[in-house]
Design a protein around this ligand. Structure first.
Ligand code: SF4
Length: 336
């Protein structure tokens, strides 16, 4: 690709893409906590699944730890923050026992799933959680209930093997970031087996997951390649890679930073689809489009499905601390 005339490339850029209201809120909580209380602020687990975000917050004074055991016992007057994915009930209880001051950045839509699961349990139903084993959100949701009252289901094939205390008294909830279509298959299998299955009072898969998947479905047909900006441990980003492939992209892949792109393998592109998972910052999307501009004559077409206006406010403790554009410029860019 050394000729002076760059080949044309149309980038179909999905809208909505990238940060959702829950991720935005969780990041703001760390930024504002650092501003109000000063460094270090401890964060249990990655606040959201994105290395760029985590590295940026680390540079500002956040310290990411696996467990509360990793926090010095004398860390009392600055907060410990729980990630957007939610935590088992044992974690805030443990923080209280250690006299830590904690701020819970669990997305309100994850908390809603916790409440739905607890409601099933309160009404005497055995809870089936549809989700991926080991994901922090699944660990958090399982941890709202007595282990005897909840069973994880990952695939339609597992449904036939499920053993539950009372087949006529079952409710389900799901992880918020699953594939809408795959989840429908698991629910259909559950409905076929359990006549009295009770759905959650409202959809567990969140608006951001649904909207990002719908935009990718719209943009994917006819694309030579589909790039999803996001991290391999980000469930919603991985689902977007699958959705793109399933809905007509010739290929699809995850990319975390522009430097990972191998342009010698991308020579014959004419139409490139692009989106970003809910934890991927827009500044990285811009970086990747700029990298394509070095190799192609790029035209960007926006594939818009819906406008999002969701905004989840931070907790009362932090509302008085002003959040300025410059505080978030490391993720949104200087002009946002
Ligand atoms: S993906 Fe959905 S559930 Fe997860 S943080 Fe974003 S809005 Fe909340």
């Amino acid at each position: 690709m050394n000729s002076l005339v760059k080949p044309p490339l149309t980038i179909r850029l999905c809208e909505p893409r990238g940060f959702c209201a829950g991720v935005d809120r969780a990041i703001q909580i760390v930024v504002l906590a650092l501003k109000k209380y000063g460094a270090p602020v401890y964060v249990r687990h990655e606040i959201v699944h994105n290395k760029f975000v985590v590295d940026g917050l680390r540079e500002r004074g956040a310290v990411f730890v696996k467990e509360l055991d990793d926090i010095p016992t004398n860390h009392k007057d600055r907060p410990v923050i729980f990630s957007a994915h939610g935590v088992p009930q044992s974690v805030p209880a443990d923080a209280q026992a250690r006299n830590f001051f904690y701020l819970d950045a669990t997305c309100p839509l994850v908390s809603k799933v916790h409440k739905q699961a607890m409601r099933h349990q309160r009404l005497g139903r055995h809870v089936l959680l549809i989700g991926h084993a080991g994901h922090p959100e699944v660990i958090g949701t399982l941890g709202q209930l007595d282990p005897n009252d909840v069973t994880l289901v990952e695939t339609p094939e597992q449904v036939a093997q499920l053993s539950v205390p009372d087949e006529n008294n079952i409710g389900y909830v799901t992880q918020t970031t699953l594939s809408v279509d795959d989840t429908a298959d698991v629910v259909a299998a559950l409905e076929a087996r359990f006549e009295q299955l009770t759905a959650p009072s409202s959809e567990s898969i969140c608006y951001a997951t649904t909207n990002r998947q719908e935009a990718v479905k719209l943009a994917a047909p006819g694309t030579d390649m589909f790039l999803i900006v996001g991290a391999p441990n980000s469930s919603n980003s991985m689902r977007l890679v699958e959705v793109a492939k399933r809905h007509g992209a010739k290929g699809s892949m995850l990319v975390q930073r522009a430097k990972e792109l191998e342009f010698d393998k991308l020579e014959n592109l004419k139409i490139l689809g692009m989106s970003a998972g809910a934890s991927a910052p827009e500044i990285v999307v811009d970086e990747i489009i700029d990298a394509f501009r070095l190799h192609f004559d790029v035209k960007v077409d926006v594939a818009l499905t819906v406008e999002e206006n969701e905004n989840f406010p931070v907790m009362r403790d932090l509302r008085e601390t002003p959040l300025l554009a410059e505080d978030m410029a490391f993720l949104n860019g200087p002009d946002a």
